[in-house]
Ligand binder design. Structure first.
Ligand SMILES: Nc1ncnc2c1ncn2[C@@H]1O[C@H](COP(=O)(O)OP(=O)(O)OP(=O)(O)O)[C@@H](O)[C@H]1O
Length: 272
């Protein structure tokens, strides 16, 4: 089992309760999308799974370990098995793309090797191989501040592919890409995760992408699981319930566009 949350709650440092009573079991190699409106708790959940936050209630197990019981080297070892794909990858602007990609394995290397790699890239073919499927091989020696937002997101993906993480956590991994590229990169990410047997959990605002690329979809609303079901079973009613927002009231203009069938019946909302 890659992920096991039992009765997990999370209160942020200011006391705000972002997650409540989350029960979630994700098997090795599963691909799961998390959807929900802004502020529903998707990033908070991913940060828990990435061990940068600790549950304030319940128990969390990742890759067979309980992070709350680990310290020092054991915690670092667990983290080196988890790959984080950020919406805006925290890459130093002056860093070269190759260094950013190779940093994926810093947690797996000895200290001297890690330090050496920061000064002089040790595995140029490995970095190129990670960038090639993302069509960024020509940016190998570019500086991160010379890349667009979508290119930076792809560097972040190349980095975790190079890391060979067993558990991939992606927070809005394609949000800065155009629709065609987003579709392609998400398909690629799913394919590579599946080929490697890695578990993939991704938060997405684009519901259509979540339903197309992920066999299992979790709906998070106000910090609680509203549904957890196969993508094929997510209904229009589920989505309306998930995204209903009383506090916004009636929109000033027309309601968001819905897909419609040939009879004009609305189907699922495309994107929120
Ligand atoms: N560090 C923090 N301290 C206090 N409250 C926080 C913190 N981070 C998030 N929150 C609050 O927790 C709630 C959930 O935030 P979170 O970022 O997890 O939502 P989200 O579903 O990822 O939203 P979005 O789709 O807009 O990124 C929000 O109400 C947010 O204001």
């Amino acid at each position: 089992m890659s992920i096991r949350l039992d009765g997990v709650g999370l209160a942020h440092a200011n006391g705000f309760v972002a997650l409540q009573d989350i029960n979630l079991h994700i098997a090795d190699g599963e691909r799961v999308a998390i959807i929900g409106s802004s502020g529903a708790g998707k990033t908070s959940l991913l940060r828990l799974l990435g061990t940068s936050l600790t549950p304030s209630a319940g128990s969390l197990a990742l890759l067979g370990s309980q992070p709350a019981q680990l310290r020092g080297r054991a915690l670092r070892r667990l983290r080196s098995r988890i790959g984080l794909i950020h919406q805006s990858p925290p890459l130093p602007p002056r860093q070269r793309v190759i260094t950013a990609v190779l940093a994926g394995r810093l947690g797996q290397w000895s200290l001297p090797r890690a330090l050496l790699s920061l000064c002089y890239p040790l595995d140029i073919p490995g970095a190129r191989a990670a960038l090639t499927p993302l069509d960024l091989q020509d940016k190998l020696f570019a500086r991160c501040d010379q890349l667009s937002g979508g290119q930076l997101q792809r560097v972040g993906i190349a980095r975790v592919l190079y890391q060979k993480a067993e558990l991939l956590l992606a927070d809005e991994p394609v949000s800065a890409m155009d629709p065609v590229l987003a579709e392609h990169i998400l398909a690629l990410l799913c394919q590579l995760a599946s080929q490697r047997g890695s578990t993939l959990v991704a938060s997405l605002h684009a519901v259509d992408l979540a339903l197309r690329h992920f066999p299992r979809v979790i709906g998070l609303r106000q910090g609680q699981l509203l549904f957890d079901k196969p993508a094929a079973e997510v209904s229009e009613q589920d989505l309306h319930q998930l995204y209903a927002n009383q506090s916004l009231g009636t929109p000033p203009a027309e309601a968001p566009t819905m897909d419609a069938d040939s009879h004009g019946n609305s189907a699922i909302p495309r994107c929120f």
